[in-house]
Write a protein that binds this ligand. Structure first.
Ligand SMILES: *Cc1c(COP(=O)(O)O)cnc(C)c1O
Length: 431
């Protein structure tokens, strides 16, 4: 039998760090990543045959459960007709129509192949549309790995303590302004100083790449107001939150209409896809209609589109999000109760199908709050859960995800594992 350890050692010879995306490595928590053989419903199995309740959900896409039979059937049907044509298909039109229906802020949408492409293209378009250079982002928010967005970023950069990347010339990020999340004063100050030079504001309308940090309604409203006043483009990066926090996404939940939205993750149901869309007068500036260039060989890939369409159909059914919420309620309350019983400083938050677990006194509101997390406690907690068959993200700075397949059985396994995990944290603290 191949062990995780053996394949990881081998992997590191031909793949940098042994992984194809840094967040998959166990660098911050230590140990060997589990090499996954298969995933069904709410569970994953590693190559040694060990089963885990999965709270990573492919980092968001697996909302309908891994290997959802309906999604697989749609994919199989699409595959039988060929993998890619480099020419338009009817299914792309259906997906675009469905996205526009579900999100009234989107009048036109273009499909790409990843979230990174979606945000990168949205920024270029906002700059082309306004004729301005500056962009405003928030500390701890991650918007993919394009150059101008890799500044004080979340996700893997945060996990490994390099919030800004090497290899990005200073000139490339000299137009990127970064301020604190949820800080209304800072937003106003920034706009009064640079407002007429700001092409766009890009924000995770619920931050999910510095653990889970919810916005205040006032924060999002302030962004809307200043963008209206200064004619800047408001971009909601809903790559993570889109169809994850609810069928109307974060923009519907908070009742704030952005000018542009970026999507990925859930809309591909596990296949590589992304999308950016928004007001028609902005979208009409993109090639072939307008002067802003953007393209993709595999954009609107028929197999990915088929998986996305079926996933959107599944999540549109009555009660879908009630199920996620009900699981999340029991899950987060269950964990908090155990932590309290064991005397561990810990709290939780959730929205729709995503959650945050914090080794903190209270739920964080910004990046500086998140940074106070007890990462030693997290690492012990993480490994003890893993040992007991529960796989959460290997970082204290990532949100977690549930699917419609998580049920009473997975909850029971999770809470039993959590007893042992909080016990281990408490023992460590006491030592
Ligand atoms: C995951 C993510 C991205 C990047 O998407 P990729 O498909 O990994 O390129 C961008 N923005 C947010 C908010 C994300 O969560």
């Amino acid at each position: 039998m191949t062990t995780n350890e053996a394949i990881f050692e081998r992997a590191q010879k031909t793949i940098p760090g042994g992984v194809n995306s840094p967040v998959r490595a166990f660098k911050s928590v230590g140990g060997t990543p589990k090499f996954i053989k298969k995933a069904l419903g709410g569970y994953m199995w590693d190559i040694e045959g060990k089963k885990y309740v999965d709270y990573i959900g492919s980092w968001g896409p697996a909302i309908a459960g891994h290997a959802n039979p309906e999604v697989l059937e749609a994919v199989h049907k699409a595959v039988a007709n060929g993998l890619s044509f480099g020419a338009p298909t009817e299914a792309e039109v259906l997906l675009a129509e469905r996205i526009c229906e579900l999100l009234p802020s989107i009048e036109q949408v273009r499909l790409v192949s990843s979230g990174t492409e979606a945000t990168m293209s949205a920024i270029r378009l906002a700059r082309g549309f306004t004729g301005r250079n500056k962009i405003l982002k928030f500390e701890g928010c991650y918007h993919g790995h394009s150059d101008s967005l890799l500044v004080k970023s979340g996700s893997g950069l945060l996990t490994f303590g390099n919030p800004s990347s090497a290899g990005v010339p200073e000139e490339f990020v000299s137009h990127t302004i970064v301020i604190e999340y949820n800080n209304i004063e800072a937003v106003r100050e920034c706009f009064s100083k640079y407002g007429s030079d700001i092409a766009c504001v890009i924000v995770e309308p619920v931050a999910g790449n510095m653990n889970l940090v919810k916005p205040t309604k006032e924060f999002l409203q302030t962004l809307r107001d200043v963008c209206d006043e200064y004619e800047s483009v408001l971009i909601f990066d809903e790559v993570m939150t889109g169809f994850r926090v609810g069928l109307d996404c974060a923009q519907g939940h908070f009742g704030i209409k952005p000018d542009m939205t970026t999507l990925a993750k859930v809309i591909g149901g596990g296949m590589p896809i992304g999308a950016f869309g928004g007001r028609r007068n902005i979208m009409s500036k993109i090639a072939p209609l307008g002067p802003v260039y953007q393209a993709g060989t595999l954009s609107g890939n028929p197999v990915a589109v088929a998986a996305g369409l079926k996933t959107l159909e599944i999540i549109s059914r009555p009660g879908f999000y009630d199920g996620l919420k009900s699981y999340n309620e029991k899950f987060t309350r269950g964990l908090s109760d155990i932590a309290t019983k064991k005397g561990v400083k810990f709290c939780t938050d959730f929205i729709g199908g995503m959650f945050g677990l914090y080794f903190l006194e209270s739920v964080p509101k910004s990046f500086p709050d998140v940074q106070k997390s007890d990462t030693d406690a997290f690492n012990i907690f993480f490994h003890k859960l893993l040992e007991n068959g529960v796989h959460i993200a290997p970082s204290a700075y990532e949100a977690g995800f549930i699917s419609a397949s998580h049920d009473e059985d997975s909850l029971k396994i999770t809470l039993t594992a959590a007893e042992a995990a909080f016990e281990a944290v408490a023992a460590h603290k006491g030592s």
